[in-house]
Design a binder for this molecule. Structure first.
Ligand code: FES
Length: 216
């Protein structure tokens, strides 16, 4: 379903979120958080013009290792797709973490109704969020597990925005007291079969307009 990986070029941060600047982001590997560029996976079909117009993309989940994140492009935006391990799923339900989040129940309209749950996705094992900080539009860095380079004490895994220090957990839920006001948006998605997910399309019988979310 996918082409070989390509890299996102580094772009210096600017000041307005509508510029949608994509800055360098962090590691993709299962347990690393070293500063490398995130691989961006292009789709074989449809063509670029159709994709830019908003066509759905198909993602083969069998190619994503547990603990790994891969970045896809949909509507000219990066979509972070994460394969969550049992440890990650446990951390997402940690009471201490939940107490530090600004919108732990996803009350703000930043996701489709079927992703308004603790894992913000159709199935807990895979997460899909738009990788654009809801503050001013930088790309958050991926820090999947606590280690020496974690961005904060007590870190349980998540995203850190290098521009002004906003933090999100691995479901894209924003922490309290950071510049970013909202959780990362979740795109429409549904399972075509056990390993194939279509991003950009709702499950059968569900009507949700991605344009209705509060902020991207
Ligand atoms: Fe300011 Fe992310 S753009 S914290």
């Amino acid at each position: 379903m996918t082409r070989p990986l390509v890299e996102i070029p580094f772009v210096e941060p600017q000041t307005t979120r509508r510029d949608f600047l994509y800055v360098a982001t962090a590691a993709v590997a299962a347990f690393g958080a070293v500063a490398t560029l995130v691989p961006l996976v292009d789709q074989m079909n449809p063509d670029a013009g159709t994709l830019a117009a908003g066509a759905p993309i198909d993602i083969d989940l069998s190619k994503i290792e547990p603990g790994q994140q891969v970045v896809f492009r949909w509507r000219e935006r990066p979509v972070f797709v994460t394969h969550r391990t049992p440890d990650i799923l446990r951390n997402l339900q940690n009471p201490q973490l939940i107490s530090e989040l600004a919108d732990p129940q996803s009350d703000e309209l930043q996701q489709p109704p079927y992703a308004r749950n603790w894992h913000r996705s159709v199935k807990p094992e895979f997460g899909f969020v738009i990788g654009i900080c809801t503050h001013l539009g930088c790309i958050p860095m991926f820090y999947p597990l606590p280690n020496a380079s974690s961005p904060a004490q007590g870190w349980l895994g998540g995203y850190f925005c290098p521009c002004h220090g906003s933090k999100y957990d691995l479901a894209g839920r924003v922490f309290s007291g950071v510049p970013a006001p909202y959780n990362l948006p979740v795109p429409p998605h549904h399972y075509v079969n056990d390993t194939l997910v279509r991003v950009g399309e709702n499950p059968a019988g569900v009507s949700f307009d991605f344009g209705s979310i509060r902020q991207i």
